[in-house]
Design a protein around this ligand. Structure first.
Ligand code: XMP
Length: 519
């Protein structure tokens, strides 16, 4: 088994970043909640354990604690922020509320050498160095547990880095996982490679080989169906599964008529013609558009599309005999068991359309070969599998497609206008070399008409909005600051080339308070 690191999550906003950094250094890791059954910790087979930060204070009663097995296992442990505090409190030290709360950038003076610094590389974390880090804490350690010593100090946190080389326990008051901690990745590497002795052999090539073997073992000689959307996740899953089981995989592509210009043809050409993957291309445009006629409410649109999608997919799949599995491109962020201190169900902002209802209805078992990967790792795997860059680097596209980019009712004419606007907009973005800097860019057809003048004549046409955002996960986003000349150029092209549009606006709303899609 490849070396693995276990991250116990105490609810920090940035726990996933720890996992990203560890994986970037070639070490496989997973996140489990701090209160998971200790048997799972034992069964995981880690070479080291990282305790994440978290919002709690160890000074309150009943605060989250690391399970005893962490300290009984003899494994090396790195505690980060809250993780450091609970480690100290649990091992006999003392923690108090700090007068000086430190948030944001801080400097740490490296005081002494220790095992954690040994594997960090040439120029970082040497005694005498001043390192830039990112702090976020209100409590601080005031008395170390037996066996520990201070190896790094900062103004507000004299115990910024602590070490017990004997037991291989280390703690930091700051977050090495965030980019603002300049040599933070090196420090994590010092723990995973230096202290825990991981070799860093976890690569996408290794993952591909393991995943292919695992799919073969899970599926045997049964058939698998996969819903293709043309997006990165389902495409990578399909190509990986095809590599494992060949024609036992059948892909179903439901064309709901809400796709972008040329998209359906591209999907069919790539999968059926290029990869030779058996593909059912179901043209269900009329069905969807008839059901959506006159529907303006965003939630009704989403639910109508989601329900019909399942109906059509189910009907197609039922025609194939011997299907036992449904493949899904589920990613790791969707399966991480989250730690919630707030509790209670959160409100539904939007009903996301995915094929979640399918497995129960169809009585199929799931194949989810990407469920251990982050999005950027899926892209790397796609490259490893030889998928074209145009697909691997593609912006996300929502299941309900253009329907949620046309506020108000949807008609074939409006769809046509929007497709043309979108195509010009994306063409300009690509030509300007900005596509890869942007998380997602698209056009929205507004339900208003405005007066304009073209060639001495009055026009009365639709207005459209352009949107482009930067984001790391789609959960929060900011608008992309296009240069003015770009916006001017694209507006001119849209109005000249797209019939039905006489006004272009640019959406500068961030998320929150906005959402990325308009509906
Ligand atoms: P919002 O609009 O909620 O979108 O800020 C966040 C991200 O999710 C995408 N999105 C969807 N993806 N099915 C999907 O597969 C959906 O129903 C759906 N709705 C939104 C959106 O494009 C953005 O990337």
């Amino acid at each position: 088994m490849t070396d693995r690191i276990l991250i116990l999550d105490f609810g920090s906003q940035v726990t996933q970043l720890i996992a990203r950094r560890v994986r970037e250094s070639g070490v496989y890791c997973e996140i489990l909640p701090f209160n998971v059954d200790p048997k799972r910790i034992e069964a995981f087979g880690a070479k080291g354990i990282i305790l994440s930060g978290g919002p709690a204070s160890v000074l309150e009663i009943d605060t989250p604690r690391a399970p005893d097995i962490v300290f009984d296992s003899g494994l090396p442990v790195l505690g980060i922020c809250y993780g450091q505090q609970t480690m100290c409190a649990q091992l006999g030290g003392r923690v108090e509320r700090s007068e000086q709360r430190e948030f944001g950038r801080a400097e740490v003076d490296v005081a002494e050498a220790c095992g954690l610094f040994a594997g960090t590389g040439e120029n970082s974390w040497m005694p005498g160095n001043r390192e830039l880090v990112w702090m976020s804490h209100g409590d601080r350690v005031i008395e170390l547990p037996p066996g520990f010593r201070v190896v790094g100090r900062s103004g507000g946190a004299p115990f910024a880095i602590i070490a017990d080389d004997q037991r291989r326990y280390y703690g930091t008051m700051f977050h090495p996982e965030v980019v603002h901690s300049t040599h933070g990745a090196e420090l994590l590497r010092g723990f995973t490679h230096g202290v825990a002795g991981c070799t860093g052999e976890w690569t996408m090539a290794a993952f591909r080989a393991q995943a292919v073997a695992a799919i073969r073992q899970q599926v045997g000689s049964a058939k698998v169906i996969c819903g293709l959307s043309g997006g990165v996740d389902s495409s990578v899953a399909a190509v990986l599964i095809h590599e494992a089981i060949g024609d036992q995989l059948i892909c179903v592509f439901v064309d709901h008529g809400l796709l972008r210009k040329g998209e359906a043809d591209e999907v069919v050409a790539l999968f059926r013609d290029h990869y030779n993957i058996p593909l059912i291309h179901k043209d269900a445009k009329d069905l969807f558009l008839n059901a959506l006629a006159g529907v303006s409410d965003p939630e009704v649109k989403r639910k109508t599309i989601g329900g019909l999608f399942i109906d059509v997919f189910d009907a197609e799949a039922n025609r194939i005999k011997g299907v036992e599995f449904l493949a899904q491109g589920t990613l790791y962020p969707d399966v991480i068991e989250s730690v919630s201190f707030i509790g209670g169900p959160s409100v539904t902002i939007k009903s996301h359309h995915n094929v979640g209802g399918l497995p129960e209805r169809m009585k199929l078992k799931l194949v989810e070969p990407l469920r251990e990967l982050f999005k950027d790792e899926v892209r790397d795997l796609g490259r490893e599998l030889g998928l074209p860059e145009s697909l691997v680097g593609r912006h996300p596209f929502p299941g309900p497609g253009l329907a949620i980019r046309i506020p108000g009712d949807i008609t074939p004419e409006k769809l046509e206008i929007l497709r043309n606007v979108d195509a010009v907009y994306l063409d300009e973005i690509r030509k300007s070399g900005l596509y890869d800097e942007i998380w997602q860019a698209f056009a929205v057809l507004l339900p208003v008409r405005t007066v304009g003048v073209m060639g001495d004549a009055r026009t009365y046409e639709h207005a459209c909005a352009l949107r482009a955002v930067t984001s790391t996960d789609g959960m929060t986003a900011d608008y992309y600051p296009f240069p003015h000349d770009f916006l001017g150029r694209v507006a001119t092209r849209i109005i000249n080339e797209v019939r039905g549009i006489n006004r272009v606006t640019y959406d500068i709303t961030s998320k929150p308070p906005g959402t990325i899609e308009w509906e």
